[in-house]
Write a protein that binds this ligand. Structure first.
Ligand code: FE
Ligand code: FE
Ligand code: ZN
Length: 278
């Protein structure tokens, strides 16, 4: 089955998000757990969650993907920022248990001059403080473009983070097509090679979600500017190979392209048209 969705606004609550997803032809969605720039999260309404689960059950919405605020930096050089990030992260994880069995994605962080190794140590320490044995949520490290001092553009860096985490069973990876292409993984010219390396370093089973975005910038530009599907440097043909690739086709795909809902609906229709064999 083709599992495809988009990043949508969380402002109306869970049931509203599920309805919005269905209205654009999606069978999953991504949302921010709180204001993307940080700040307090809205209280979760149990009635809203019950209605959400009813809609999901009736319409076949499967796993959903929550995204941490993109300002969250578990490996900042400032202890106060790290502490704020850890508190936000832990609070998000406890909120996620209201909708059990889903995915929580975050940007590993920027080491801001401390070096990759020191950054990775801070990230693993934070994960070891936040993860709980009984949680049902899988935490995903997002592959990054390597902008500035961002950690996570090399698969080996993500491997090192997972190696340092005690509760590895709760860890996975989210592959962002714009980020990996910007980060120097040639998913246009050598998709098989990139996925073989991913499998060798991380294990393809760790891959739990794919952010499907075109890129405004050329290969290995380390920029991270998303483009609409087919209008950027990755291009429609590469996306056709990506969504049909045997190693990827059963994973959930989430659009984070610069679009409003009607634009997402069009891209979902386009991708469904490129999909083969189901
Ligand atoms: Fe992201
Ligand atoms: Fe992304
Ligand atoms: Zn991005």
């Amino acid at each position: 089955m083709f599992t495809i969705g988009a990043h949508i606004s969380a402002s109306g609550g869970y049931a509203a998000m599920a309805r919005t997803a269905l209205s654009i032809g999606a069978n999953t969605f991504q949302f921010f757990t709180r204001n993307p720039r940080g700040g307090a999260a809205k209280a979760i309404d149990d009635d809203d969650v019950a209605e959400f689960h009813r809609i999901c059950g009736e319409n076949g919405i499967g796993v959903i993907l929550a995204h941490a605020p993109y300002t969250l930096n578990l490996c900042s050089d400032k202890p106060g920022i790290r502490e704020f990030a850890l508190n936000t992260f832990a609070d998000d994880l406890s909120r996620m248990e209201k909708t059990p069995g889903n995915l929580y994605n975050f940007h590993p962080g920027s080491h801001v001059g401390q070096g990759t190794e020191a950054g990775i140590e801070l990230i693993t320490a934070a994960l070891n403080a936040a993860l709980k044995p009984e949680q049902t949520t899988t935490v995903l490290l997002e592959t990054m473009a390597g902008k500035g001092s961002e950690i996570g553009s090399r698969f080996e860096e993500l491997r090192s983070i997972i190696d340092g985490v005690e509760l590895k069973d709760h860890m996975g990876v989210c592959l962002d097509t714009c980020h990996v292409y910007d980060g120097g993984h040639d998913i246009v010219g050598d998709l098989d090679g990139v996925l073989e390396r991913f499998d060798r370093v991380l294990g393809i089973d760790r891959l739990k979600a794919i952010h499907i975005n075109d890129s405004k910038n050329p290969f290995a530009s380390h920029k991270d500017r998303h483009e609409k599907i087919g209008l950027g440097s990755i291009g429609t043909e590469a996306f056709e190979r990506i969504i049909n690739h045997p190693a990827l086709r059963d994973k959930p795909f989430y659009l984070e392209t610069p679009n409003e809902l009607d634009g997402y609906a069009g891209e979902i229709e386009l991708l469904k048209g490129l999909r083969k064999g189901d």
